[in-house]
Write a protein that binds this ligand. Structure first.
Ligand SMILES: NC(=O)c1ccc[n+]([C@@H]2O[C@H](COP(=O)([O-])OP(=O)(O)OC[C@H]3O[C@@H](n4cnc5c(N)ncnc54)[C@H](OP(=O)(O)O)[C@@H]3O)[C@@H](O)[C@H]2O)c1
Length: 218
């Protein structure tokens, strides 16, 4: 299996790539040249192929020939108002259609809602803070959610993995809850390593196709 990864130089992306190569999976990483050093020893790993580029470039070289596409990309606090993440999602999925690649897993947050969510003051508070102090990031992530929920990419097998406040355990804790916001068992935190491991598992299990699970570490 070959996996294309966007956001591989991020903290979760690097954890994911380490886990993937340990399982002898081939990964094609799309990275900004100035960020390659964040990959450390992965740069010379036999299972790793690196394609350098920016959001404006053609995504065909990274998506061509893979079985699955992943994105750990997300907006930061300082983020432009023209929804760059939504534009990247559209470009990835249009390229997937062209290259006949169907499986896509991408990052989401509690700012994206699902009809199966329940009212939960902890998540409401987080979303209120983000929407108040990082308005552009909030608008972009909501636009991404609406893009998927609109059904216009339902020919693809997409999954939005919604995560909570991210934490930094190096290894997966294995204590996760996958469900919906407001579930009794859910927590407000997600370990990056648990997120990476969940994505690796979901690639083969395909339990959450065209769904928006909320993943938390409990
Ligand atoms: N912090 C939280 O509690 C929290 C909670 C929920 C969701 N999130 C989201 O989850 C995402 C992943 O988390 P993380 O901690 O693993 O992220 P991270 O370490 O901040 O990494 C973000 C990744 O996105 C890439 N990226 C960001 N802006 C880009 C741009 N304009 N052009 C190209 N690449 C860009 C970065 O590339 P470079 O390495 O080249 O910079 C990096 O690979 C975050 O982006 C965030 O939006 C965060």
């Amino acid at each position: 299996m070959k996996i294309a990864v966007f956001g591989a130089t991020g903290r979760t992306g690097v954890l994911f790539v380490h886990q993937a190569v340990q399982e002898n999976l081939y990964v094609k990483l799309y990275c900004r040249p100035q960020s390659l050093s964040k990959l450390g020893s992965l740069k010379s790993n036999e299972f790793v192929e690196i394609i350098e580029g920016e959001f404006d470039d053609d995504f065909t070289p990274v998506i061509q020939g893979v079985d699955v596409v992943l994105s750990f990309l997300g907006p930061g606090f300082s983020w432009p108002s023209n929804n760059p993440l939504e534009k990247v999602m559209i470009k990835i999925m249009e390229t997937m259609r062209k290259e006949r690649v169907t499986r896509f897993l991408t990052m989401g947050t509690g700012s994206i809602t699902d009809s199966l969510d329940r009212n939960w003051y902890k998540m409401r508070t987080c979303v209120f803070i983000v929407s108040s102090f990082a308005r552009n990031a909030y608008n972009d992530i909501v636009a991404v959610g609406n893009l998927f929920k609109s059904g216009q990419y339902d020919d693809l097998k997409w999954t939005i993995v919604r995560v909570g406040i991210l934490k930094n355990a190096n290894e997966p804790t294995g204590r996760i809850h996958v469900g919906y916001i407001g579930d009794d068992e859910a927590s407000i935190f997600t370990e990056r390593a648990d997120w990476a491991k969940f994505v690796l598992t979901e690639i083969s299990e395909e339990k959450w196709i065209r769904k928006l699970p909320y993943l938390s570490s409990v």
